[in-house]
Design a protein around this ligand. Sequence first.
Ligand SMILES: Nc1ncnc2c1ncn2[C@@H]1O[C@H](COP(=O)(O)OP(=O)(O)OP(=O)(O)O)[C@@H](O)[C@H]1O
Ligand SMILES: O=C(O)[C@H](O)[C@@H](O)[C@H](O)[C@H](O)CO
Length: 205
Amino acid sequence: MSPALLIVMGVSGCGKSTMGIALAKALGGSFQDADDLHPKSNVDKMSAGHPLTDADRIPWLTLVRYTAEQLSSTKTEGDNIIVIACSALKRSYRSILRGLSPESPGYLLPSEQSHSFSKSKSELRSPYTEESREEPSPSSDNRLKTYFLFIDGPRELLLRRMVARKGHFMKETMLDSQLTTLERPVLSPDSNEEGVDASLVEMML
Ligand SMILES: Nc1ncnc2c1ncn2[C@@H]1O[C@H](COP(=O)(O)OP(=O)(O)OP(=O)(O)O)[C@@H](O)[C@H]1O
Ligand SMILES: O=C(O)[C@H](O)[C@@H](O)[C@H](O)[C@H](O)CO
C-alpha cells in the first residue's frame, strides 16, 4: 500500500501539533511539524507580530509538500502514514499541500501573490467557483494521497490556550489575523465534526 499524508490543519493554538503527534504515535506513522520548516525570516516576522503573506507562505508550503514526498519515498512496508501539522489556512495553500502545481487545473490563484504563470488566470479552470465549492483531488498519477483533519473552535478557547502557552513565538495578538485568513474547508455530508474543546481522545475517535 502506498503511503498517505494526513495534514492536521487549523489556526495557531488549535492543537495541531498535539493532535498530530498523538495521531502519528497511534497510527505508527511519522510526524513533521510544518512550523519547523519555516525559514527564519517567517519566524522573525511572526515573532514581531506581523502576519505572513502569500509570498511568505507559498515557498514554505512547497517545501512542506516536498518534505512529505521525501518522507513517503523512504517509507517501509507497514509504515504507511505521514502526519504533518500545518496551518493550511487557505484553499489555495491546501492545493499546494496536495501536490497540485500552479499549472494544475485544481490550483486557485492566491489573492495576494505576484507570481507569473505560463497560463493566464482565465485559462486556469479553478474548481473553486460558486458552483463548485468542493476542494479538488490530486490527479490520479499523484502517488501520495493527501487528507486534511481540520481542528476548529471558538475564538475565546483558542485565545485562552495561546495565552496559557509559554515560550512560543506566536503570540495571542496574532489570533485574529489567523482567523481572518482562514478559509474553512468545505465538508462533505458524511464528514465527522468534532470541536476544539473535545478532549484529545474524543477528537481521535
Ligand atoms: N485537546 C486539547 N485539550 C486541551 N488542551 C489542548 C488540546 N490540544 C492542545 N492543547 C493545548 O493547547 C496549546 C496549543 O496546542 P498546540 O501547540 O498543539 O497547537 P498548534 O495548533 O500546534 O499551535 P501552533 O500552530 O501555534 O504551534 C498547547 O498548550 C496544548 O497543550
Ligand atoms: O500560516 C501561518 O500563519 C503559520 O503557519 C502560523 O499558523 C504559524 O506557523 C503557526 O500557527 C505557529 O504558531
